[in-house]
Design a protein around this ligand. Structure first.
Ligand code: NAD
Ligand code: UDX
Length: 481
């Protein structure tokens, strides 16, 4: 029986290995992590991440051929294939701070693999890493290997949160990069055989190591670039009376462009896009390619512009002051169907409104109150060292933010509503009831274009929708560019 171990039981390691265990019943899959609470949660009825369909997959195989454990060393020792799916956040200090990927967790995992291994292993980069990381990892492994043979493969993950199980069942492609020699090809074939249990072989792409590593950064950069392109267009739509949804449809029907990832929004968020583009920028700079670096920088700048533009619109529409006013925030997660709040645009918008002394009442169906509070008060990129609630209290900023458990409570007595995540339940809210309970004039700022603006205007709301023709009210307010 082939044994697989995955180091890192996070948003990628957990779902990826659960689906692998389900599709390969004759393979034993162990997911290990240094975080005891995380592993305990994977072994409980309340999984540590919310992901549609995941509970069912885990229930089917946990205890059969899927195991979650903190005994990292034992499972690595026993495995033939070791996936490394640890976090690779943006560095917060030192050389490359704010741009380069922090490979501390990766390096410590690699050293541990070298220490405990007594038999040959295939080590698979599942984490998103800078191009040529495999070379560094290879050096760490071979210099500490005591004669054991390691083959390094790059197998980046393309799942998106909220649709992870669906994406894993039916991936557009699986990418495997390996060395071109006989041993490398044998390792690629072994991993290919695992995926071939459920992925059609024509969708398994095999490349050299560096192409696989770079393709992951490139794919995220291209996806984010589309969003910044349509968001830049949304600002022009507002200024000219064009409708960004109509423009996106007209543009996206060109088969060379395609319709996906053209939804204008308050900005992209999530743990990947910004981190991976910053990493790409850093790699371009390190390779003496400032023009290429500047091109990708612009994708992030437009995203920052979009978040600022939105927050400024809120303040300027409400008579240029939100001081002391209650503003309801509907949705805090970076997208629907996840509780993940990493790099969510809601953080920037909320911080901007807090700075203008607004009183925020936040409701999200999945994001946890403690997480929301931590997010609003921690330094950017510093998920691994979040501030404690004690620190937040000491800063005296708790009073301005409340986190509530339903949309009606959030909106009661509010002057305005900001929709920051496209949760389906926001489409079917009773907006007549909400209007009655709000201060007048009542504003809705829809950062995801999910509410029915026409219906809301009939009720009496003043509505701002990203990239849509402006209400006469908003047109007369000061410019927000
Ligand atoms: P995560 O933070 O949710 O999970 C990483 C886990 O690794 C944590 O639980 C941490 O405790 C554990 N860990 C760190 N060092 C360890 C060690 N030495 N031994 C054992 N466990 C260790 O991160 P994630 O979102 O799952 O992302 C993992 C990687 O996958 C990143 O490189 C990310 O860029 C990439 N990725 C993420 C997504 C996504 O949607 N989240 C998608 C594709 C790729
Ligand atoms: C992304 C990539 O899609 C995935 O392939 C990769 O493995 C990890 O990074 P994820 O961040 O989970 O996945 O979600 P995604 O659906 O890409 O959305 C990212 C952000 O972009 C979200 O904030 C989302 O709301 C926003 N977005 C997405 C838009 O604003 N408009 C769009 O058209 C699409």
């Amino acid at each position: 029986m082939v044994k697989i171990c995955c180091i890192g039981a996070g948003y990628v390691g957990g779902p990826t290995m659960a689906v692998m265990a389900l599709k390969c019943p004759e393979i034993e899959v162990s997911v290990v992590d240094i975080s005891e609470p995380r592993i305990n949660a994977w072994n409980s009825d309340k999984l540590p991440i919310y992901e549609p369909g995941l509970d069912d997959v885990v229930k089917q195989c946990r205890g059969r051929n899927l195991f979650f454990s903190t005994d990292v060393e034992r499972h690595v020792f026993e495995s033939d294939i070791v996936f490394v799916s640890v976090n690779t956040p943006t560095k917060t200090q030192g050389l490359g701070a704010g741009k380069a990927a922090d490979l501390t967790y990766w390096e410590s995992a690699a050293r541990m693999i070298a220490d405990v291994s007594k038999s040959s292993k295939i080590v698979v980069e599942k984490s998103t890493v800078p191009v040529r990381t495999a070379e560094a990892i290879e050096k760490i492994l071979t210099h500490n290997s005591k004669g054991i043979e390691f083959q390094i493969l790059s197998n980046p993950e393309f799942l998106a949160e909220g649709t992870a199980v669906k994406d894993l069942y039916n991936p557009d492609r699986v990418l495997i990069g390996g060395r071109g020699n006989a041993a490398g090809e044998k390792a690629v074939q072994a991993l290919r055989d695992v995926y071939a249990h459920w992925v059609p072989v024509e969708r398994i792409i095999c490349t050299n190591l560096w192409s696989a590593e770079l393709s992951k950064l490139a794919a995220n950069a291209f996806l984010a670039q589309r969003i910044s392109s349509i968001n830049a267009m949304s600002a022009l739509c507002e200024a000219t009376g064009a409708d960004v949804t109509q423009v996106a449809h007209a543009v996206g029907t060109d088969t060379r462009i395609g319709p996906k990832f053209l939804n204008a929004s308050v900005g992209f968020g999530g743990s990947c896009f910004q981190k991976d583009i910053l990493n790409l920028i850093y790699i371009c700079e390190c390779n003496g390619l400032p023009e290429a670096a500047n091109y990708w920088k612009q994708v992030i700048k437009v995203n920052d512009y979009q978040k600022t533009r939105f927050a400024n619109r809120v303040v300027s529409s409400m008579f240029n002051t939100v001081s002391g006013k209650k503003v309801a925030i509907l949705g805090f997660a970076f997208k629907k169907d996840t509780g993940d709040t990493r790099e969510t645009p809601a953080i920037d918008v909320c911080n901007r409104l807090v700075a203008d002394k607004a009183k925020l009442s936040i409701y999200d169906p999945q994001a946890l109150e403690e997480q929301i509070r931590k997010d609003l008060f921690m330094a950017r990129f510093d998920w691994d060292h979040p501030v404690s609630l004690q620190q937040i209290k000491a800063e005296g900023m708790l009073e301005q933010v409340s986190v509530v458990s339903d949309a009606y409570e959030a909106t009661k007595d509010a002057h305005g509503i900001c929709v920051l995540t496209e949760w389906d339940e926001f489409k079917s809210l009773d907006f007549e009831r909400i209007f009655e309970s709000m201060r007048k004039p009542a504003f809705v700022f829809d950062g995801r274009n999910v509410v029915d603006a026409v219906k809301l205007r009939e009720i009496g709301f003043i509505v701002y929708s990203i990239g849509k023709p402006l209400d006469s009210w908003l047109k007369n307010m000061p410019s927000v560019a």
